[in-house]
Design a protein around this ligand. Structure first.
Ligand code: ATP
Ligand code: MG
Length: 571
C-alpha cells in the first residue's frame, strides 16, 4: 500500500481533552478522531488495528469451542424487565421508544438477550454445553466518559455466554474462557494480569478481571509480590487476627471545637490517626446504619454493600445523620447514638479495640478511652472485613506485605449461576426427561479498550510502539527519494516481496522531507521501519530498525538481504 493512496492524518498537537498518553497518541497518530464526548470514529489506520484485535479474539474464541453469533444492539425493554435490570441499570442505559411507543434499550451488555435466545433454542441436555459469543457495539451512558476509548459511550465488546448442565461443567467453561483470555491478551502484546474481583449484583460468585497494569489505570489492585495473589481493591482482603488492646479507664469527653475530620482532631489532640475510630452514617437502602473503621482506614463501599446484602449504600444526608446519631457528621460515634436502635457495624480489626477516640454524638466533642468490648453495642456478627485493603496489608494467602498497582480492566470472566436462567426459565430436559435450569457464565473483552491499553503499555515520547500482531501495517518503507527511479524500484520490489510473504507493508511515498517521514513513522509506531534512499543505497543498502529499538541498533543490509532482515525483526 502506498501512503499517498491511503488517508492518514497525523497531528502535531495533543487533543485538548486528553489526560493520558494513550488518548493523546490515539488521536495524534490518526487511529481515531473524536466525534463527540465519548464517541470516536476509527480512521483507516485505526480500523486495521481494530480488525486485527477482533480477529485474534475471534480465533481464540473459535479455538475454545465458542460459536459466533450476532444479536441486535437494539434490545426490547421487556427482556430487561424480566430480570428487573430495566430499573436497576439506571441512567447508564440509553433508552428510546420506537414509533409504536415500545421502549427499547441500546444494549450495554446482553445477558438478557442471549438468555432469551437460548431459552427458546435449548431443549435437551444433548445440546449442552454450549458457549456463544459476539463482537458487537455496546452503549453505556457513562457518568464521566474520558480517556478516549477507555471509557466511552459506545464501544466494541466481545461478549460470550456459556450454558451448562451442572456446576462442574460451568466451572470447566469458566476456565476455558479464562485461558482463552490469557492467550488473547498475550497475542495482542498486552501484559494483562487476572485479578480476583467483586461479583457485583451476583454476590459472592466467582469472577476474575483481566487488568493491563499501567499507572493510568482507573482501578487499584492489591498485589502480593510473592504469592501471586492479586485482587481489585473493591474486593481485596488481608490476613488479619484481631488482638486485644490493653485495658483503658472509663471513657471521658474531650472538647474538640471546630475539629471535624480525623486529621483535624488528631492534630488537635496530638495523637495519631490510628488511635481514632472513624464512624460514618450510611443510608442503606434508605435506612441508617453506622459503620466504624480504624481512623486511618477507609470504608470499602462494595464490601459493605455485600455484607449488608443491600441494593444501595451511600453516605447518609445531613438530616439522617442528625436523627440517627444526634450530632453532625464530624462528631458521630458508636457510643450511645441518639437512635438507640441504630445498627452499628464495624471492621473486624475493632473487635477488641480499647482506648480509642470516637465522636461523642454531640457537636464539637469526642470521647477518649472507648472500649469496644465494653462501651458499644455491636452484635458479634456485625464485626466484618469492611475496609479497603491493599498496600502495606498482609497478603491473605501468604502473609507477605502487599503492594498497590493500577490497572485497566480489559476483560472479565464471570460465573453467573442461575440468576438469568431462573428469570427466563431456561430449562433443558435431562436424560430422565426432567426439566433442569441451565447454569450460565458470561465473559467480556473490551475490544476498543484493549486497543488503547496496548498503546498505554507500549509507547515512548515519540509515539506508539505497536506489537507486530496488531500494528496497522507491520512494516513501513520510508521512501526518501520518490523521484529517483532506481530508489523507487528497490522500494517497490521490497514491498511486493513482503506482500507476497503475507507481511502488511506501507510505502511512505509522499513528497516530504525525511524528518517528517521518520517522525510520522515513530508517532504511528509501525513495528519495523525500512529506509530506502539514494544516500543509503550508495553507502551499502537499506536501513532496518524495530520501532522499539534505538538508532544504535539499526541494521544496514543489502537490498537482497532486506527481506530476511525484516522477517527477523518482525519475529
Ligand atoms: P468498568 O468497571 O470499567 O466500568 P465494567 O466492569 O462495567 O467496566 P463489563 O460489564 O465487565 O465492564 O464489560 C466488559 C468489558 O467491556 C470491560 O472489561 C471493559 O474492558 C469494557 N468496557 C466496559 N465499559 C466500557 C466503556 N465505557 N468503554 C470502553 N470499554 C468498556
Ligand atoms: Mg467488568
Amino acid at each position: 500500500m502506498k501512503w499517498t493512496k491511503t488517508f492518514i492524518q497525523t497531528l502535531r498537537e495533543n487533543p485538548q481533552d486528553a489526560e493520558i498518553d494513550s488518548h493523546k497518541l490515539l488521536v495524534r497518530a490518526g487511529i481515531c478522531r473524536k466525534t463527540a464526548s465519548g464517541l470516536f470514529t476509527f480512521m483507516p489506520l485505526g480500523i486495521r488495528t481494530l480488525r486485527k484485535i477482533e480477529n485474534i479474539v475471534r480465533e481464540e474464541m473459535d479455538a475454545a469451542g465458542a460459536l459466533e453469533i450476532l444479536m441486535p444492539a437494539l434490545q426490547p425493554a421487556e427482556l430487561w424487565q424480566k430480570t428487573g435490570r430495566w430499573d436497576t441499570m439506571g441512567a447508564n442505559m440509553f433508552r428510546l421508544k420506537d414509533r409504536a411507543e415500545r421502549m427499547m434499550a441500546m444494549g450495554p451488555t446482553a445477558e438478557e438477550e442471549v438468555t432469551d435466545l437460548m431459552t427458546n433454542a435449548i431443549s435437551s441436555y444433548r445440546q449442552l454445553p454450549v458457549t456463544v459469543y459476539q463482537i458487537q457495539t455496546k452503549f453505556r451512558d457513562e457518568t464521566r466518559p474520558r480517556f478516549g476509548l477507555m471509557r466511552s459511550k459506545e464501544f466494541i465488546m466481545k461478549d460470550a455466554y456459556s450454558f451448562d448442565t451442572d456446576a462442574e461443567g460451568a466451572d470447566k467453561s469458566y476456565w476455558t474462557m479464562y485461558k482463552a483470555y490469557e492467550r488473547i491478551f498475550a497475542r495482542c502484546g498486552l501484559k494483562a494480569t487476572p485479578v480476583q474481583a467483586d461479583g457485583g449484583d451476583m454476590g459472592d460468585s466467582m469472577t476474575h478481571e483481566f487488568h493491563a497494569l499501567a499507572d493510568a489505570g482507573e482501578d487499584g489492585i492489591a498485589s502480593c509480590p510473592v504469592g501471586g495473589y492479586a485482587a481489585n481493591l473493591e474486593r481485596a482482603e488481608r490476613k488479619f487476627e484481631p488482638v486485644a488492646d490493653p485495658d483503658c479507664p472509663a471513657f471521658s469527653e474531650v472538647h474538640t471545637p471546630g475539629a471535624k475530620t480525623i486529621e483535624q482532631v488528631s492534630a488537635f489532640m496530638g495523637v495519631p490517626g490510628s488511635a481514632f475510630v472513624k464512624s460514618l452514617v450510611y443510608s442503606v437502602d434508605g435506612k441508617p446504619v453506622m459503620v466504624c473503621v480504624p481512623g486511618d482506614r477507609d470504608v470499602n463501599d462494595v464490601k459493605l454493600k455485600r455484607f449488608l446484602g443491600a441494593q444501595k449504600v451511600e453516605l447518609a444526608g445531613f438530616d439522617m445523620v442528625l436523627e440517627a446519631a444526634g450530632a453532625n457528621a464530624g462528631s458521630v460515634g458508636p457510643v450511645k447514638p441518639a437512635d438507640g436502635t441504630l445498627r452499628i457495624v464495624a471492621d473486624i480489626s475493632l473487635k477488641f479495640a480499647k482506648g480509642r477516640i470516637v465522636g461523642a454524638n454531640k457537636d464539637d466533642y469526642h470521647l477518649k478511652d472507648v472500649d469496644f468490648t465494653r462501651d458499644v453495642k455491636i452484635a458479634e456478627s456485625d464485626f466484618a472485613d469492611l475496609i479497603v485493603c491493599g498496600a502495606g496489608d498482609a497478603c491473605p494467602k501468604c502473609g507477605k506485605t502487599m503492594e498497590l498497582k493500577r490497572g485497566i480492566e480489559v476483560g472479565q470472566v464471570f460465573k453467573l449461576g442461575t440468576k438469568y436462567t431462573q428469570a427466563f426459565n431456561t430449562v433443558y430436559k435431562d436424560e430422565e426427561a426432567n426439566d433442569k435450569l441451565c447454569i450460565m457464565g458470561c465473559y467480556g473483552v473490551g475490544v476498543t479498550r484493549t486497543l488503547q491499553a496496548v498503546i498505554e503499555q507500549s509507547h515512548d515520547k515519540d509515539g506508539i510502539i505497536w506489537p507486530a500482531s496488531i500494528s496497522p501495517y507491520q512494516v513501513v518503507i520510508d521512501l526518501l527519494d520518490p523521484d529517483d527511479a532506481e530508489v523507487v524500484k528497490v522500494a517497490d520490489e521490497l514491498e511486493a516481496k513482503l506482500e507476497a510473504m503475507g507481511v502488511d507493508v506501507i510505502v511512505d511515498d509522499r513528497a516530504e522531507r525525511p524528518g517528517v517521514k521518520f517522525k510520522d513513522a515513530d508517532l504511528i509506531g509501525f513495528t519495523v521501519r525500512a529506509v530506502v534512499g539514494r544516500k543509503g543505497l550508495d553507502k551499502g543498502g537499506i536501513e532496518i530498525k524495530r520501532r522499539s529499538e534505538d538508532k544504535s541498533q539499526m541494521k544496514i543490509v543489502a537490498p537482497e538481504d532486506a527481506l530476511s532482515a525484516i522477517a527477523d525483526a518482525l519475529a
